[in-house]
Design a protein around this ligand. Structure first.
Ligand code: PEP
Length: 256
């Protein structure tokens, strides 16, 4: 089944509003041919209005937030609600990134609450999962992925899954310069798809897009994207430069 690739930039806590403007100006000049892929930029909250304004003329490139609150509104100092995100025209939200899990203590239950809250306002989900090196070495890859998926998606409907992208990001490959081999990534993606099939059935599993994330660079994008179950990438470090982000998209979309 054809699945349109989706490339998402995760800027993490990098770039302010003026750098956001500079990035977009330069990126749009490099991506004029618009490969047939969805392109998403996940900027810090503070930059989202600037990003929206900068992308308005271009069209076709969507914005994501990197996190959201699991609560509606009220006494949650420092948090950002899903309604606030909609108000500034955000379409997607990354939930469950390994940095949120490991640094900010987000459990599968919290991630599940955030996923559900985001769907209440029709945000599209980029749901991140992935194992640590210790878990992989201990032979726990499948059990970890399975519990992250089962507990993370608990209570989400097939309609929600139609608006979900799963990002498989082995923790040991994030920001380390170590990429999973194409075979390791393909095996994990096929497994993720099989878990989705066991919960939601084959149709949904065949339709859902699964991004790979973890030190994706211009020189490894083509090989990774050529794998049958890899449908795009979530890119951290290499998405901070317009040239490398656009090279990843072009190389990832080139025929294998
Ligand atoms: C990420 O933060 O989701 C990521 C994959 O980072 P990097 O590309 O830098 O490994």
């Amino acid at each position: 089944m054809y699945r349109r690739p989706i490339f998402a930039a995760n800027w993490k806590m990098n770039k302010g509003p003026s750098e956001t403007q500079d990035f977009v100006k330069s990126f749009l000049q490099k991506i004029t041919d618009r490969p047939s892929a969805d392109i998403v930029i996940a900027a810090p909250f503070l930059c989202l209005p600037t990003l929206s304004e900068s992308l308005r003329e271009a069209g076709g490139i969507e914005m994501a937030a990197q996190n959201c609150s699991q609560f509606d509104d009220g006494a949650y100092t420092g948090e950002i609600s899903v309604k606030m995100l909609r108000e500034v025209l955000v379409r997607h939200v990354i939930i469950g990134h390994s940095e949120r899990r490991s640094i900010f203590g987000e459990t599968n239950a919290i991630i599940n609450a955030k996923l559900k809250k985001a769907r209440e306002v029709n945000l599209k989900l980029i749901f991140c999962i992935g194992e640590t090196l210790e878990e992989r070495n201990a032979g726990q890859l499948e059990s970890i992925l399975s519990s992250q998926i089962t507990e993370g998606l608990a209570g989400l409907t097939t309609d929600d899954l139609d608006h979900t992208v799963i990002a498989y990001e082995p923790v040991w490959a994030i920001g380390t310069g170590v990429t999973a081999t194409a075979q390791q990534a393909q095996d994990a993606h096929a497994y993720v798809r099989s878990v989705v099939a066991s919960i939601y059935g084959d149709d949904i599993a065949q339709k859902i897009r699964i991004q790979y994330g973890g030190s994706v660079k211009p020189n490894n994008a083509a090989e990774l994207m050529a794998c049958p179950d890899i449908d795009g990438a979530l890119i951290g470090g290499a998405s901070l430069e317009p040239q490398s982000f656009s090279d990843i998209i072009h190389n990832g979309c080139a025929p294998a």
